[in-house]
Write a protein that binds this ligand. Sequence first.
Ligand SMILES: CCCCCCC[C@@H](O)CC(=O)SCCNC(=O)CCNC(=O)[C@H](O)C(C)(C)COP(=O)(O)OP(=O)(O)OC[C@H]1O[C@@H](n2cnc3c(N)ncnc32)[C@H](O)[C@@H]1OP(=O)(O)O
Length: 284
Amino acid sequence: MPIDAAKAMAADPRTAEIGWDHKDIQLYHLGLGAGIPATDPDELRYTLESRLHVLPSFATVAGAGMGVVGGLSSPGIDVDLAAVLHGGQTVRVHRPIPVKGRAVQTSKVAAVYDKGKAAVLVLRTEAADDDGPLWTNDARIFVRGEGGFGGERGPSERLALPDRAPDRVVERTIRKDQALLYRLSGDWNPLHADPEFAELAGFDRPILHGLCTYGMTLKAVADTLLDGDVARIGAYSTRFAGVVFPGETLRIRMWAGASRVQVAVTAAERDDAPVLADTLVEHF
Ligand SMILES: CCCCCCC[C@@H](O)CC(=O)SCCNC(=O)CCNC(=O)[C@H](O)C(C)(C)COP(=O)(O)OP(=O)(O)OC[C@H]1O[C@@H](n2cnc3c(N)ncnc32)[C@H](O)[C@@H]1OP(=O)(O)O
């Protein structure tokens, strides 16, 4: 059986020592389209080592040695990569991520849900260094065709959008080669680069990494509503509601609250087809 929920959740957590420095941060930020225009002081905080600040979503790729896709290989889980889509992501940072660091990262399957036509795996990753906890991540992985094993259906809440016009709307163009750059931060899934694999997965061309859209959107929120002060971000959660193709434009709508920003992202050229839903940035 490809998914054995009890075995997956009973498995010992996987632990790895991870490390990163300014080059990993810069590469990650460039993969999100940072640095345009290259000399803009507001962009230099993402690109220049002497001024570097770390977007909290870096927590999703830190220690890429563990492999984002490798996170799927756990006892009780044997799924076809072509059936896998990233369903949702939450990152909670317990303090700002340092530009250079070492940490112990622990990952486990926290839940397995049976959605009938699909299974949803929740992979939880926690990282800590000598000063204590750094971040807690939940990746929700949607595995098409793997439901029906008799498990719990799990949550299905949706976050309704505020009943008013957004406070800010910005657009971000995705470079045609953006997935090729983004994957160098550690998610080597061929779905984002190899046309033949993309076709096998049911798409007529490679799609963008969900976590690339996720990081681009967080950067847009930080730059638009938080004065670019990424240290003010405490948590960030989304559901990947629809695919995005490199070369498209993200339309990012933001509703500001006292300590949170609600966000909705659509693909501008495809009649605002939903891309990110149930999206919340919690901040100080
Ligand atoms: C360690 C980290 C490992 C990371 C591994 C990932 C590797 C990456 O390289 C892979 C990627 O980046 S893939 C790119 C990003 N993801 C996407 O583009 C997916 C976009 N979303 C879709 O296509 C559909 O929403 C789709 C297909 C997801 C769902 O659409 P439908 O089939 O129409 O579903 P629907 O009928 O609306 O709902 C059925 C039940 O499933 C639940 N559900 C829906 N969308 C979900 C989602 N995104 N995440 C989790 N659960 C979801 C629904 O709630 C419903 O269940 P219930 O009836 O109980 O409410």
